[in-house]
Design a protein around this ligand. Structure first.
Ligand code: AMP
Ligand code: ZN
Length: 107
């Protein structure tokens, strides 16, 4: 499949993966738009939240709990942060493999 995030997950292209388990990977955004900018990505290829199924609800919940954990680990938990999902071209989605942006670290 010609999906850049699937290629990162399958280690076909390199990235700064900082966490991985059987369901989720977390890596640094290649063009960070905030001092902390991580992407929380399910290993399952789901194009966008529009394509998510009922069976994906635990996985989607997990993305947010992993994001919360990494907010804490990167030290932005108390100062505050954004969790963002872009949906579709009009919503600013560039990579059509579901992901949550964790952005924070501003003063
Ligand atoms: P979105 O606009 O929500 O689809 O976000 C896609 C994000 O993926 C952007 O912030 C890009 O900077 C990031 N991105 C694209 N290619 C890579 C890559 N190879 N490694 C890490 N992040 C990437
Ligand atoms: Zn994919």
């Amino acid at each position: 499949m010609d999906c850049i995030f699937c290629k990162i997950i399958n280690k076909e292209i390199s990235s700064e993966i900082i966490f991985e388990d059987e369901e989720v990977v977390v890596f640094k955004d290649i063009k960070p738009k905030s001092p902390v900018h991580l992407l929380i990505v399910p290993k399952k290829h789901i194009e966008s939240i529009n394509e998510a199924q009922e069976e994906d609800k635990e996985l989607i919940g997990k993305l947010f709990l992993v994001a919360r954990d990494f907010a804490k680990k990167t030290g932005v938990s108390d100062s505050g942060y954004k969790l963002l999902i872009n949906v579709g071209e009009g919503g600013g989605q560039e990579v059509f493999h579901l992901h949550v942006h964790l952005m924070g670290g501003w003063n």
